[in-house]
Structures are given as structure tokens and as C-alpha cells.
Design a binder for this molecule. Structure first.
Ligand SMILES: *Cc1c(COP(=O)(O)O)cnc(C)c1O
Length: 416
């Protein structure tokens, strides 16, 4: 592997780009493999290796790489242009689909990334309530902007910088932290602090996990936030259309005040969206005083890819059961080990190097990351690409065959 094309490319990239990459988790040591092309459930590297992909670009690709449905729709749209700077008919069409699927979304605004969506949702919550602070869950990840880069999951935890340099202490003192699965702590915090505009939460912690909500936790969160007049923001950038149509809010029967989406709703192209109750959303400019804007917002290519994906998911609803069945069978095929635990929900899963499934950020950090690192490398040698961190969720897609899952299961057993 030494004089590989990947290592040569990384040597050049390192001199031109910080860490050699465009996003931190990709900086695999000693060097990342470079992808030449991808299709279905597999990536092909520039050095010719074919890898079974269980990272799936960190979540968006529920229909697999280069899915024919998305490809055909995008190709047809290319003939009509890819950026207008004016409204297009795709917007009301897509907005109707998304609001129809989410009980918590009467109206929606399209943006270009999940980070943008959460940033705007937090601003909107402050604008609506006139209150100052926000509460986030320890280990929750809501993108890479200032207000939420405190005890953040994803790459921030992997790289050991959950609290970013360059973020003003004056600003993040308005971001309060609370442990996941601890409704009493939330109740105590909101009783002690009355100036809280919103709680932002990944209903299922996807950026250090998956870490699953305990019985009734989300119901309690809804009750407590309502009682304290605090808006509940469900960050469903991962869970939206991943857990099913309508995401976690439908699965768990909770109606948040605001919802953020991204990843799957772009069908693999850049996107974000936020929405919520009408009385809140109508404060967004130009209807109201909370400003939000973007050159690429609602761009026709992302919307086309999103519409094609959602249409497919609507027409093939059994796909969610099939994916859940595949991860269930995977779990069943694994021999329980003392130093590990397997967690799954639908098409999300993870092998934690901890004897019991973690239920919050503190417990996730108890995982043996050294053991994970060795396991990850052995899996790669076996032709399996897992997200390169103990703290990132594995995903499968509708392009993953039962044979792929058998291959994965054998690798788990033999390479562990
Ligand atoms: C990925 C993610 C984001 C950020 O989305 P980007 O498109 O990467 O900006 C926000 N929230 C959650 C829950 C995510 O998983």
C-alpha cells in the first residue's frame, strides 16, 4: 500500500489543504484511500480496491451510490439548467412532500446544508420566544457553527476537539448542555434557568452512535419543554427518512415545534431544510423579521434528487422493514463478546467496544477506541469500509444485498 496512488494524492493534498481533507473525519491515518467511483453498495479506490461501504457518505445515500432513480431525475433536470435564482415549481412540490410527511412541519425553508438548517432554526427559536439561551444534548452534533460546537459529537469528538477554538466564550455560555436520556436533569435545568429559547436534540444520537432513547424519554422531553415554554427542535438531519417516512417524530409519535432535515432529503446532493409550526415559521424573512437567505437555497438539482428519493421511498415503504431485518440478522449472526455491544435501529447500527450499549455521551466515551481502531483497520483489510471512528454510525442502503450483509457478518466474526 505504500507507494499507492492514494498516499501520493494525500502527500500533495496535505500541502494544499489543512489535514489534506475537506472535512475532518476523512483524515484517516496514516492516509485515507481516495475514491475513484462508487456504485450501489461499493466504493472503488484509485488503487483498484473494491470496498463494501457501510459509511454511505455518513447517511445521505439510503438508495445506495449512484442510484439509477436519482441519476435519471438529475440528468433530466440538467437539460433545464441547474441554478435559476428565481422560484421553481420544484419548491412547492418538494415542500408539499416534506410537510405532508412530518407532523411537526407546517411550513419549510430550503437551505444547502444541515449546519445551515440548525443555525437558522436556533435563530428562529430565539426570534420567536425572545429568549436567549439554548440547550443541547452532550454528544449531539448539529453541524459546524459556533453555537453548537460545545461537547459536539461526530468529528469533533473523534478529533478530541468537542469545544472548538475560535468560538467566543461569550457566545457559547448561552449554550447549555444536558445528558441524553436524563429527563430529571432537563427538568432541573429548565427550572433553574428561565431564559431558554429552545432545546435542540437529535432524537436518536446519530453522531456518537447510534445511542437510542430509553422508554418514554422523548415523550418526557416533549412534556418538559412544553411545560417550560421552551421550543423543541428535533434535529432529524440523520433520522429524517432514515428511520422511516416522517423520521423519529413519526416513529416515536412526538410533535416537535421545529425540525431540521438534511442528508437523505438531498438524495446525495447538498441540502438542508428546516420547518415547523406555521406561527413560528412565518417569522422567517420575507414574511417576518428573522433573516435567512442563500444563493443555492432550493437549487433545482438538489431538489430534483430529493424529490426522486422521496418518491422512491414512498413507493417502496417496505424497504424500511427490509433494512431493519438485515441489521437484525447481522446482530443475530454475531457471537456476543465481552468487550463489545451491538446497537441497531433500522438501517443504523454500530459495534461499540464497551460491554453494554452506551446510553449517553459519558458512556460512549468509555469505549475502547484503541480496540476500535485495530478492528476498523482489519475490516478495511477484509474489504469493508466502516466509518473511521468509534463515534460514527454505520449505515446500510437499499443497494446492500443479503450477500453483502453475509460478507459483513463474516468479516465481523473473522476480523474482530
Ligand atoms: C450531518 C449533520 C448535521 C450537519 O449537516 P451538514 O450537511 O454536514 O452541514 C447536522 N445535524 C445532524 C444531526 C447531522 O447528522
Amino acid at each position: 500500500m505504500k507507494n499507492s496512488k492514494s498516499s501520493d494524492l494525500f502527500d500533495i493534498a496535505k500541502t494544499l489543504m489543512p489535514g489534506g481533507v475537506s472535512s475532518p473525519v476523512r483524515a484517516i491515518k496514516p492516509y485515507p484511500f481516495y475514491t475513484a467511483h462508487a456504485r450501489g453498495s461499493h466504493l472503488t479506490t484509485v488503487d483498484g480496491a473494491s470496498l463494501l461501504d457501510c459509511c454511505m457518505a455518513y447517511g445521505p445515500l439510503i438508495l445506495g451510490h449512484a442510484s439509477p432513480q436519482v441519476r435519471q431525475a438529475v440528468e433530466a433536470q440538467l437539460d433545464h439548467g441547474w441554478l435559476y435564482g428565481t422560484p421553481s415549481p420544484l419548491e412547492p412540490e418538494f415542500a408539499k412532500m416534506i410537510t405532508g410527511d412530518h407532523p411537526g412541519m407546517d411550513m419549510v425553508r430550503f437551505v444547502s446544508s444541515g449546519s445551515e438548517a440548525t443555525m437558522a432554526a436556533i435563530r428562529l427559536a430565539r426570534g420567536f420566544t425572545g429568549k436567549r439561551d439554548i440547550v443541547k444534548i452532550e454528544g449531539g452534533f448539529h453541524g459546524a457553527h459556533d453555537a453548537v460546537l460545545v461537547k459536539a459529537g461526530s468529528g469533533a469528538t473523534t478529533m478530541g476537539v468537542p469545544d472548538s477554538a475560535g468560538v467566543l466564550a461569550d457566545l457559547v455560555k448561552h449554550t447549555r448542555q444536558i445528558a441524553y436520556n436524563d429527563p430529571e436533569a432537563l427538568e432541573a435545568l429548565l427550572t433553574a434557568h428561565t431564559d431558554v429559547a429552545a432545546l435542540i436534540i437529535e432524537p436518536v444520537l446519530g453522531n456518537i452512535g447510534p445511542v437510542l432513547p430509553e422508554n418514554n424519554y422523548l415523550r418526557d422531553v416533549r412534556k418538559i419543554t412544553k411545560a417550560h415554554d421552551v421550543l423543541l427542535i428535533f434535529d432529524e438531519v440523520i433520522t429524517g427518512y432514515r428511520l422511516g417516512i416522517g423520521g423519529a417524530q413519526v416513529m416515536y409519535g412526538i410533535r416537535p415545534d421545529l425540525t431540521t432535515l438534511g442528508k437523505i432529503v438531498g438524495g446525495g446532493l447538498p441540502i438542508g431544510a428546516f420547518g415547523g409550526r406555521q406561527e413560528i415559521m412565518q417569522l422567517i424573512a420575507p414574511q417576518g423579521p428573522v433573516y435567512q437567505a442563500g444563493t443555492f437555497s432550493g437549487n433545482p438539482l438538489s431538489l430534483t434528487a430529493g424529490i426522486a428519493t422521496l418518491r422512491y421511498l414512498h413507493a417502496h415503504r417496505t424497504l424500511y422493514n427490509d433494512l431493519a431485518e438485515q441489521t437484525r440478522a447481522l446482530e443475530e449472526s454475531l457471537i456476543p463478546q465481552e468487550n463489545g455491544s451491538f446497537v441497531r435501529l433500522g438501517s443504523m447500527f454500530k459495534y461499540f467496544f464497551r460491554n453494554k450499549p452506551p446510553k449517553n455521551y459519558r458512556e460512549v466515551k468509555e469505549c475502547d477506541t484503541g480496540a476500535f481502531g485495530r478492528f476498523w483497520k482489519r475490516m478495511l483489510d477484509c474489504g469493508i469500509f466502516l466509518p473511521p471512528s468509534q463515534f460514527e454510525t454505520n449505515f446500510i442502503s437499499s443497494a446492500h444485498s443479503d450477500q453483502d450483509l453475509t460478507t459483513l457478518s463474516q468479516a465481523y466474526t473473522q476480523c474482530r
